[in-house]
Design a protein. Structure first.
Length: 573
């Protein structure tokens, strides 16, 4: 995780000046904390002895000014650390989001990718928490203990022993709560993930009568997360209570020992009170660290997970901009394994296409058609072999540039929260309305869209809302066609289309071919590829046949003439 850690540290170093300012504020603040003990020392040993009201007033006014300065500096330090946390989050927000998207695309079950933004927020909260302030103050604990030694060595040894016990409590707290906090964090992320999945499929849950069982499954996950959270909080809370109780006892013990020393004439009453106050100041940062340890632990875990995520998903290197490619696709001995697996789903597949050609990819379920589609879009990396677009390998294109050159219609079309126009325009912040309408017309979606209450400005959600499966697929097809892509990849494109939609799809394919584009259609059955010039047959991840459509059909399908005559609507299920 070296590169990921260095990336996080580099973002933290950008606020090095602010952290230095917070450190300098801490020096002044801890010096100002001596105000209380020194004031009590002067009052008990000088003012009460001299009975001078003028001295008391002068000392009180000075102390009031010093405490006012302390309050201003303490607030400023907290603000500075909050700014450090906000700058850290702002600096890495886009990078972490991009890494999470990239990781989720190849490893959908990776919880670290799903929790990436929450992890970043956990680190931001750590920067702004009292735990970090305690970290700045803890180095002053030995200095305050040394000051107590100045009043009395006996009192100093009592304070030193008490501080050592509190440090031991802190270390035991760290060791004991580490695993419960980690388990609670994982259980919480799993519960949130299940909740998001169930909400996204709310319509399906109700249609299949699964609402109650879905709730039961989520509640079990939720209860597990709550139990782990209670367990972690119980362990951490016990140590927090122990530390607070012991500190109060220690302050009383300091007063008791100090009173004994006063009775023996070895120290003054003012030194006794000052020593007690110093003891509280010395131990306060340690107690705060114990009380805030869950924040520290979550921040540390988040730091580790983010470092791993950034390591697994490095920054895309800058690439030389290439001219718009011709629709010339070459796939040479391409082998692909699904992310996280070693078994190949696609084995040494080769074919090529020229501008103006359409290729049908057929084969049984699980043959590797969708795997090929994902590899051709650049989402999945080849295990071996190469894919070239107009001579250049796909990794020579910036991912966003490549995405605009390729139109992709997946098996399951997902719409994003927004308007239909925004979905067709691929969420472009400055969409071209003319291109949106043109793409919708090519997908035979224009008439359907304008009949909706708000037309292209009708808002839809991830679940699709009032739209049918066929309407969603048409909008997905329009999105794939938006921006004039040179390569169109359609994975089971007519699974939800009616006859009109299928005819529009065939018309769009003919138009793309006429303008020199390439089209690939993945289908279970040959009847879905009537507009294709070439045919690729895949079985068990390997190429069984490739060539002109009619020739391949004669080789692999006995009733190839009847297949070509079948209507393609709904034929690829």
């Amino acid at each position: 995780m070296k590169k990921g850690l260095e990336e996080l540290r580099r973002a933290r170093r950008e606020s090095g000046g602010l952290l230095l300012a917070a450190f300098l504020f801490s020096i002044v603040l801890n010096l100002l904390l001596l105000t209380g003990p020194l004031y009590m020392l002067q009052v008990y040993d000088r003012v009460l002895g001299s009975r001078s009201e003028e001295t008391l007033v002068a000392l009180s006014l000075l102390v009031a000014g010093l405490f006012l300065a302390y309050g201003i500096l303490d607030h400023s330090r907290a603000r500075v650390l909050a700014i450090v946390g906000a700058r850290f989050l702002d600096r890495l927000d886009r990078r972490v989001f991009s890494a999470a998207i990239g990781r989720s695309a190849v490893a959908p079950s990776d919880l670290s990718a799903q929790a990436a933004q929450r992890d970043l927020e956990a680190i931001q909260r750590l920067f702004a928490s009292q735990a970090l302030i305690a970290l700045f103050d803890i180095p002053w604990t030995p200095i305050f203990v040394a000051a107590i030694f100045v009043f009395s060595p006996v009192l100093g040894w009592v304070a030193l022993a008490g501080g050592a016990i509190l440090v031991a409590i802190t270390l035991i707290n760290q060791w004991t709560t580490k695993e419960p906090l980690r388990t609670a964090s994982i259980a919480g992320m799993a519960s949130e993930r299940m909740s998001d999945q169930l909400k996204a499929e709310a319509e399906l849950l109700r249609a299949l009568g699964m609402s109650q069982v879905g709730f039961d499954r989520w509640q079990n996950a939720r209860q597990q997360a709550l139990l782990e959270g209670i367990r972690a909080a119980g362990v951490g809370g016990a140590f927090g209570t122990l530390s607070r109780t012991f500190r109060m006892f220690l302050q009383s013990a300091i007063l008791g020992v100090g009173a004994w020393l006063v009775l023996r004439g070895e120290m003054t009453g003012g030194a006794m009170i000052a020593g007690s106050i110093l003891m509280g100041r010395a131990l306060a940062p340690i107690e705060t660290a114990i009380g805030q340890w869950s924040v520290v632990q979550r921040g540390a875990e988040a730091w580790s997970r983010l470092a791993s995520l950034l390591e697994q998903t490095p920054v895309e290197p800058p690439r030389t901009a290439l001219p718009r490619p011709a629709a010339r696709l070459v796939v040479d001995r391409l082998s692909v394994a699904p992310p996280g697996e070693t078994a190949l789903a696609l084995k040494s597949v080769s074919f090529q296409m020229e501008p103006g050609q359409a290729l049908g990819v057929i084969g049984p379920s699980g043959a590797g058609k969708t795997c090929l589609a994902r590899a051709l879009t650049g989402v999945w990396r080849p295990a071996s072999g190469v894919v070239r677009l107009d001579g250049a390998t796909l990794d020579q294109y910036d991912p966003d540039v490549l995405g605009r050159l390729i139109g992709y219609l997946p098996q399951r079309v997902t719409l994003f929260d927004g308007t239909i126009a925004e979905n067709i325009a691929r969420l472009d912040t400055a969409p071209d309305s003319a291109r949106i309408v043109e793409a919708a017309k090519m997908a035979a979606a224009h008439d359907m869209i304008v009949k909706l209450p708000a037309g292209y400005d009708t808002r839809v959600s991830t679940a699709g809302g009032r739209l049918s499966g066929g309407q969603i697929q048409r909008i997905g097809l329009a999105r794939a066609l938006y921006g004039d892509p040179v390569l169109l990849i359609l994975d089971e494109p007519n699974s939800n289309l009616d006859n009109d939609g299928t005819q529009a799809l065939n018309s769009a394919i003919r138009s793309l071919k006429a303008t020199g584009k390439c089209v690939l259609i993945m289908a279970h059955r040959p009847a879905a590829i009537q507009e294709c010039d070439l045919l690729l047959v895949i079985e068990d991840g390997a190429r069984r046949a490739f060539g002109p459509r009619d020739q391949v059909l004669r080789e692999v399908v006995r009733n190839h003439t009847e297949v070509l005559k079948q209507p393609s609507a709904g034929s690829s299920s």
